[in-house]
Design a binder for this molecule. Structure first.
Ligand code: DHB
Length: 368
């Protein structure tokens, strides 16, 4: 590399549109990481280039191409939704550019390119944990409701298979569109079916609407519980959801209420830098993604280079605000704890309070 050349990270995120909170959280986390750890790594000045793909995969692809060809970025990162990550995977492969996936969470993403490394999570990881918890807590008959694309289909499949394995039943599986979803007709159907619970996955940003309509349709009063992946009780929105969210049980890899010193420090610093905005799981995916990039650059002695960086990302172990994290060298996917949490009110605020943990969960979606 040219002596003194900056190390460029092309961070492509949805900064506007339906997934804008994902972009806002990840950009803030990446900037916090740089503020805390400096903008020089192994002698290289780090330059963060943020681009808004509005969560349209054609835009993600166009921006990635431009960043690789014109800007000559050393690393691509971000990827707010699965279709964006899938659209960029061939570019990562052809240009030998590491692609650090900080948000998207369909299991198969890491198999789309040997240059993909993931710091977010996978839907199978969190869905299986909830399907183990439910039948032990008298929730045996469950209708599923997911957003109709990669992560939703993963959530539905892994929740359903595991619940059935545990002796439970899934009489109906409902899917809502990603763009402009209307949950009302689906919730009406669930009311008529009267299951013990409704299992929900929707992407970050859509949880508040689900929660509101669940309350408005009197589902809880009809005796139907809501259980979900933590995407629904998203820390970005949770505090504004109101009492309908109280006692909702979810499974996820990150809660802003995670009671570790490292997380307390992270949440405080994030809120201080962002007008009190509470970090969510997207922020943690972005923060940890920056760490993985920094550590990899250090390991190459500042030299970088796509294949060397990916090699240096594999096998990294560190303490994240979410708890211990391991980047599996075989799959390039994240291994971490999955927590069972319940929404509780503390000091007038709503939090996902962890009450159980399944340690070091690998993605169950990987065949090898
Ligand atoms: C994906 C997006 C989300 O906002 C989320 O919470 C989980 C998964 C995705 O598109 O992969």
């Amino acid at each position: 590399w040219a002596q003194g050349a900056p190390f460029k990270i092309g961070l492509i995120l949805p900064m506007t549109g339906q997934q804008a909170t994902t972009g806002r959280q990840i950009e803030a986390a990446a900037r916090l990481w740089i503020a805390q750890n400096g903008d020089t790594v192994a002698g290289r000045k780090v330059e963060l280039i943020v681009k808004d793909d509005t969560s349209l995969p054609d835009q993600t692809r166009r921006l990635a191409q431009e960043l690789v060809v014109n800007e000559k970025v050393d690393v691509l990162a971000g990827m707010g939704i699965t279709p964006s990550a899938m659209a960029v995977a061939p570019i990562a492969t052809q240009s030998k550019t590491p692609l650090v996936v900080m948000a998207a969470a369909t299991s198969s993403i890491t198999e789309a390119s040997p240059f993909i490394v993931r710091t977010s999570f996978t839907l199978p990881q969190v869905s299986v944990a909830l399907a183990d918890w439910a039948p032990k807590n008298n929730i045996k008959n469950v209708v599923t409701l997911v957003t109709d694309y990669g992560p939703g289909i993963d959530a539905e499949k892994y929740f359903k298979e595991r619940l059935q394995f545990n002796g439970g039943k899934v009489p109906e599986s409902l899917r809502v569109p990603l763009r402009n979803p209307d949950f009302a007709p689906f919730l009406q159907k669930v009311r008529d079916l009267k299951p013990d619970a409704l299992f929900v996955f929707v992407p970050s940003g859509a949880g508040a609407a689900v929660m509101k309509q669940f309350g408005e349709r009197g589902m809880d009063k009809a005796g139907i519980k809501l259980i979900a992946t933590g995407d629904v009780t998203d820390d970005d929105q949770l505090n504004d959801m109101g009492d309908v969210a109280l006692n909702v049980v979810t499974s996820h890899h990150y809660s802003a209420a995670h009671p570790s010193p490292a997380n307390k420090k992270f949440v405080e610093a994030f809120q201080k830098a962002n007008r009190n905005l509470r970090p969510n799981f997207m922020a943690v995916g972005g923060y940890d993604g920056m760490r993985v990039i920094y550590e990899a650059l250090k390991k190459t002695g500042g030299k970088g280079g796509g294949p060397a960086l990916v090699e240096a990302m594999k096998g990294q172990i560190f303490e994240s605000p979410r708890g211990p994290v391991f980047i599996d060298a075989q799959t390039r996917d994240v291994v971490h704890n999955v927590y069972l949490r319940k929404v509780e009110k503390k000091d007038g605020q709503l939090w996902n309070v962890e009450f159980d943990v399944i340690k070091d969960v690998k993605d169950p979606g990987k065949t090898k």
